[in-house]
Design a protein around this ligand. Structure first.
Ligand code: GLN
Length: 466
């Protein structure tokens, strides 16, 4: 039975779909076929996927169906179609991070998250588009060309995980993976009107991720609903001996959060400065979501955060230095062409500035100062979080520009002012649709203390369920 017939054209929650597959009301193969039809029809114009291996996905889906038929136990993602950002290693795929430097680099192993998806019977269909080396907020710097925004055609989908967000918005897969260094999951989730979740730094293994800035990078999911986010978090979180920054053990099940429908006893902070830097229409839309949080029982408190202006300079200094160091391996010997010779202007800028400020004579001047600012921001923001359960506000302060419109680097960076704080501090943060301004989706960002990812998902669920 085709899905549309099965759901009578109505949206089916990700968890309901996985249960339907397990109960043989729908097969993994049918689900895959359905998604593939959408990809065939729309990917040429949207450009969300940059590489597809349908035969491999088909074989995998058949195996999942076999297991179910034989009454064998299947995983959490049984038969769901999964897209993966093209900066995560997958065996036999070209893992280019959308850079000409790596245009012929074929993954020789699976990133830990990819192995976990496979262990849970998720059907990986292909790799999604992104900004070159995840350095951007628009997905326009990809060597594969830009991705269109399915929810606001002609506009950027945000970035850098624009392909993963667009693939969800366009119904090309059930769940996708992105990486977030300064907002690259939350920003495209906001612009495309889907959900995106950046876990606490250390909750998800980064092993196999081509890093942009290793002390800030974290992998996380996109989905249309909280059940998709929860299933993927349950799949990818937890200790990994090959990534020493991961925490011991595993968080409690995230699927237990998705039935939350009240926010009694929840304190929500609203930071005045986050509103001050955002466009008025975005602020009024976000205020509607805050009213809704209050009507669900949350107690709203206004907070002030004086370090907001420190966020971007601190973030970009750390990013430049760490990225410069990470790119030294792309010297043309092992991985194709030397990065400086083939990369785009944004990657070149980061390498140049990163190399400049990493020089010995400047030690103490830039990077050290950035690290000092980082601990200041961390202390101050954690202090704010001590008084509340979650902080709610806009994800991105302005609407996405039109694809191809000329944007100054500083204006591109300005998209990140509200998202970089979570990476600087390592806290969990998400984005979900709040509503629309000029027919363009606007995201509500939720942030919480380190390891309190559950509070975010519960708040998202309460909003979704009401
Ligand atoms: N836009 C930010 C940057 O360019 C964030 C990118 C990301 O999170 N990968 O660095």
């Amino acid at each position: 039975m085709a899905i549309q017939e099965f759901t009578k054209g109505e949206y089916m929650k990700v968890i309901d779909k996985v249960n339907a597959i397990k109960q043989q009301e729908l097969t993994a193969t049918e689900n895959l076929e359905q998604m593939y039809e959408v990809i065939k029809e729309n990917n040429d114009s949207i450009n969300a996927f940059v590489e597809i291996d349908y035969p491999r996905a088909q074989k995998f889906a058949e195996k999942v169906d076999e297991k179910i038929k034989n009454g064998e136990k299947t995983g959490k993602l049984a038969g769901l179609v999964i897209g993966v950002k093209c900066n995560m290693n997958i065996e036999d795929y070209i893992v280019s991070a959308a850079s000409p430097t790596l245009k012929e680099y074929i993954g020789s192993y699976n990133a830990t998250v990819v192995n976990r998806v496979i262990e849970e019977d998720g059907v990986i269909i292909g790799l999604t588009n992104m900004d070159e080396f995840a350095a951007g907020s628009s997905t326009e710097t990809s060597m594969y060309g830009p991705t269109d925004n399915p929810s606001a055609p002609g506009h950027i989908p945000g970035g850098s995980s624009g392909g993963s967000a667009a693939a969800i918005a366009a119904d090309m897969c059930d769940i996708s993976l992105g990486s977030d260094t300064g907002g690259s999951i939350r920003n495209p989730a906001s612009h495309c009107g889907v959900m995106g979740f950046k876990p606490t730094y250390g909750n998800v293994s980064r092993q196999g991720l081509l890093d942009l800035s290793m002390s800030l990078d974290q992998i996380g999911p996109f989905a249309k609903d909280t059940s998709g986010i929860a299933l993927m978090l349950d799949t990818i979180t937890g200790y990994d001996p090959t990534d020493t920054t991961t925490f011991e053990g595993k968080p409690d099940d995230f699927v237990d959060d998705i039935n939350t429908d009240s926010l009694e006893n929840t304190k929500v902070g609203v930071v005045k400065e986050f509103m001050d830097v955002s466009d008025d229409k975005i602020v009024s839309q976000i205020n509607n979501s805050i009213d809704k949080l209050s009507s669900l029982g949350a107690e709203i408190t206004e907070l002030t955060f004086d370090d907001i202006d420190l966020g971007l300079p601190t973030y970009y200094l750390i990013n430049y230095v760490e990225f410069f160091s990470a790119t030294r391996k792309y010297d043309g010997r092992k991985y194709g062409e030397r990065i400086e010779e083939v990369c785009g202007p944004e990657v070149a800028r980061r390498i140049q500035i990163g190399s400049y400020i990493s020089q010995k004579e400047f030690s103490g001047k830039y990077y050290k100062k950035a690290l000092q600012a980082r601990s200041l921001i961390r202390n101050d923001f954690n202090e704010l979080l001590n008084g509340v359960d979650v902080i709610a506000g806009p994800t991105v302060p302005k609407l996405p520009h039109k694809i191809g419109e000329t944007i100054e680097p500083m204006d591109m960076y300005a998209y990140d002012v509200l998202t970089v704080i979570a990476n600087i501090t390592g806290i969990p943060a998400s984005s979900m649709n709040s509503g629309f301004v000029n027919d363009i989706p606007v995201g509500l960002q939720l942030q919480a203390k380190p390891q309190e990812d559950h509070k975010i998902l519960r708040t998202m669920s309460a909003l979704e369920n009401n």
